[in-house]
Write a protein that binds this ligand. Structure first.
Ligand code: ADP
Length: 352
């Protein structure tokens, strides 16, 4: 029974090679702590779904080991792994009410494994409270909004009290406003009932940043970084992570470091003192919000484009032949730089 209660997930050297030779996941080592909300993030084709499907037992593991609560599950069928799943297409039973959809899985359990009716009712009540579905219980799925349907799908997984809840792009069918609401709700649910380990797949960096306790970022089947959202943002492990997180993404310039100066073609400047970089080839990265346009003391640049978004503006700068984006926010009509126009000559500086 100790295994039943334990909810941590360990991938050890997990590799997936499909029959056609595609290496979808390459020697993945990842530990998801009990109760952690883990978001697996990366571009399309990086191996996120394959990883989730191997954990679910829907895909064979070519090499390595997956353990749930200390027990190796490589050869366990999906139903024996104690997992709940919520997918992008959350196919509810159209002819059943919300209440019936929620309890269906429990009512259909095999004899001997089936719960008492009172226990089923209690679990459904709990999910209904948690997900705010009390007024929708007698409705059919067609009478619900997209967000409500998605909540029913989550409830249906939660009533089974899974050790680990797997979610594969569960919000991608919803419109932007609903996605925003559901992100807040999912995070709140996890904080209030955070005993379930959640393993959540998305390509959406905003979902990852707002939902995750830690993000695991994949590229080309390889784990790039496993860290809290803010650590991945402020201390990216490599240029891929740096450029994948952030809108607009981090500015990256390839160049060379010599005697504490960074040189890339006609661009040359002294590296900030806190950067201790050995001489040699180097990629310099600076986030758009760390770039300021100043009157003097910076590097000459030219404004080649402006995106005014209201609350913030993105300045596209040409700095000695390199493209740099600068993000400024809280601008009002009276702020001095609002008059900056395309073709203005400016100087830019990295903020201290
Ligand atoms: P993601 O979920 O990050 O978009 P996937 O895990 O679906 O990525 O796919 C990872 C890689 O494996 C991709 O190159 C994809 O084309 C390939 N792939 C996925 N499923 C199969 C399959 N059944 N057979 C062969 N290759 C596959």
């Amino acid at each position: 029974m100790a295994i039943e209660a334990s909810r941590d997930v360990v991938f050890q050297g997990v590799t997936k090679r499909y029959d056609d030779g595609t290496l979808a996941v390459d020697a993945l080592d990842l530990t998801v702590d009990a109760g952690e909300f883990l978001v697996l993030l990366g571009p399309s084709g990086c191996g996120k779904s394959t990883t989730l499907r191997m954990l679910a037992g829907l895909e064979e593991i070519t090499e390595g080991e997956i353990r749930i609560g200390g027990a190796k599950v490589n050869d366990l069928p999906p139903g024996a792994r104690g997992l709940g799943m919520v997918f992008q297409s959350y196919a509810l039973y159209p002819h059943m009410t919300v209440a019936e959809n929620l309890s269906f899985g429990l009512r259909m359990a095999r004899r001997g494994e089936r719960l008492e009716a009172a226990e089923i009712a209690a679990r459904v009540d709990e999910a209904v409270d948690m997900l705010g579905l009390a007024t929708e219980l007698e409705k059919k799925p067609r009478d619900l909004s997209g967000g409500q349907r998605q909540r029913v799908a989550i409830g249906r997984a939660l009533v089974r009290r899974p050790k680990v809840l797997l979610m594969d792009e569960p919000l991608s069918n919803l419109d932007a406003k609903l996605r925003g609401q559901m992100r807040i709700e999912l995070r709140r649910l996890h904080e209030q009932h955070g005993t379930t380990t959640i393993y959540y797949v998305t390509h959406d960096q905003v979902e990852a940043m707002t939902l995750a306790d830690r993000i695991a970022i994949l590229d080309g089947g390889c784990l790039q970084q496993h860290a809290t959202p803010l650590t991945a943002y402020h201390r990216p492990a490599n240029a891929f992570v740096a450029s994948f997180l952030g809108t607009p993404p981090m500015n990256l310039i390839d160049g060379i470091v010599r005697d504490g100066r960074f040189v890339a073609g006609d661009l040359a400047f002294a590296l900030p003192e806190h950067l201790d970089v050995a001489d040699g080839p180097c990629t310099f990265g600076v986030r758009p919000e760390e770039v300021a346009i100043v009157d003097t003391g910076g590097i000459a640049a030219e404004v080649v484009g402006i995106e005014r978004l209201g609350g913030e503006s993105v300045y596209h700068l040409n700095v000695a032949g390199h493209s740099i984006k600068a993000l400024w926010w809280r601008q009002d009509i009276a702020s001095p730089n609002v008059d900056l126009a395309v073709d203005s000559a400016v100087v830019f500086a990295r903020l201290a």
